[in-house]
Ligand binder design. Structure first.
Ligand code: MG
Length: 384
């Protein structure tokens, strides 16, 4: 029941290494299965979303975040007759390239790599599925289809896009040079990511005690839903019902955003009438919030930025995480023998590269980016 503007697995632009189709699964189902069985996917369970893994058992990790993105994405995809399997594959893979310690880790690694081409987690997610997973006898990586890779590479700098384009002409880097859009399934994962973290960061933020319901009264999207809940269920006003009030408010926030995206996108599709995925790629973004919800979502993002992500207590752990990453980077670059055997071997092979220093630094970045929070912390302890 796919719409004309959806990605059809039978029309896929294919894989980098041609493979015989699977007898019972579509190309995108196969991509999803490969992602779920990858090592990088299992590591997501011990990687920080906002709160460090050891800070509490109930906080989101990269894994539960990715599952929530997949759930929201699939739900919206089905309403819009988009390809649910592709959305699921992209959503489950979208954060595979994240470093340990969340954005703090990524910023630190990007600084360390400044002289060697930088570090971008989106690009790293693509590196994981294209090169770093070692599971197949015939090729590096998972050999995913073009459409899944297109969705994974959500942002990319011009310099990196040019590099990708040289290696793979007309590939996933091209749209950043031609300023065209990815498929609707990819656009959807982007928005589902935002809807998911806006909601679960409120939940985790309140649970941690770093933000309060009183502060959230300034956030229109939250406050409107909270008032609606209290009109319907006045007994939730009681202090003992705090959790239930919070969950019901977040549940309504999620629904409001999901219904808004579906309605706004349906309207945009009726206007533009794209008859194929390539028509979608040539048009401005069609998968979108309505203008009112866009503003509300931005307000919520700003609130989380100032009240949670930059909360002094979060910044303390952020600072420590960055020190750990910088320390590990310095040590491994100087003493590659401290890395696991396959990274040591790659580091030794880097001597033969056109720019050996740059190649060796990239091996270290790959090694650190692949670490879970707790493995990085253990390595820090061991090496210090
Ligand atoms: Mg994400």
């Amino acid at each position: 029941m796919l719409a004309a503007y959806a990605c059809d697995p039978a029309q896929s632009r294919g894989r980098r290494f041609a493979q015989v189709p699977a007898p019972t699964r579509s190309e995108f189902q196969r991509d999803r299965d490969r992602i779920v069985h990858s090592s990088a996917f299992r590591r997501l369970v011990y990687k920080t979303q906002v709160f460090l893994n050891h800070e509490g058992d109930l906080f989101r990790t990269r894994l539960t975040h990715s599952l929530e993105v997949a759930q929201l994405g699939r739900s919206i995809a089905r309403s819009l007759s988009l390809n649910e399997d592709l959305v699921e594959a992209i959503a489950l893979a979208h954060d595979l390239g994240h470093t340990p310690f969340g954005h703090a880790g990524q910023d630190a690694l990007n600084e360390c790599m400044a002289a060697f081409g930088g570090f971008e987690h989106n690009l790293q997610s693509l590196r994981v599925v294209d090169r770093l997973e070692e599971r197949y006898p015939q090729f590096d990586g998972l050999n995913l289809s073009f459409e899944t890779r297109e969705g994974i590479l959500k942002h990319c700098s011009r310099a990196h896009a040019e590099q990708l384009e040289r290696r793979e002409p007309g590939g996933v880097g091209q749209r950043f040079l031609t300023q065209t859009r990815p498929s609707l399934e990819a656009q959807l994962c982007n928005l589902a990511d935002e809807i998911a973290y806006n909601a679960h960061d409120i939940d985790d933020g309140v649970r941690s005690g770093l933000i309060t319901l009183e502060q959230l009264a300034d956030v229109a999207l939250f406050e409107d839903c909270r008032c609606e809940v209290l009109v319907e269920y006045p007994h939730l006003q009681a202090q003992t019902q705090d959790r239930r009030l919070l969950y019901e408010t977040i549940r309504r926030m999620l629904s409001a955003q999901v219904y808004d995206v579906i309605a706004a996108t349906q309207a945009a599709l009726e206007q533009a009438v794209p008859c194929s995925v390539d028509a979608v790629r040539a048009l401005p973004p069609l998968l979108q919030f309505g203008s009112d919800m866009r503003l509300k979502s931005q307000q919520l993002k700003q609130f989380l930025l100032h009240r949670l992500y930059r909360h002094p207590k979060v910044l303390v752990t952020t600072g420590r995480a960055q020190q750990t990453v910088r320390f590990l980077f310095g040590i491994y670059l100087a003493k590659p023998q401290e890395m696991q055997a396959r990274f040591l071997a790659r580091s030794q092979a880097a001597h033969g590269a056109a720019d050996p220093q740059r190649a060796a630094a990239r091996v270290v970045a790959d090694y650190i980016a692949g670490m879970t929070d707790r493995f990085a912390a253990r390595e820090h302890e061991r090496l210090i």
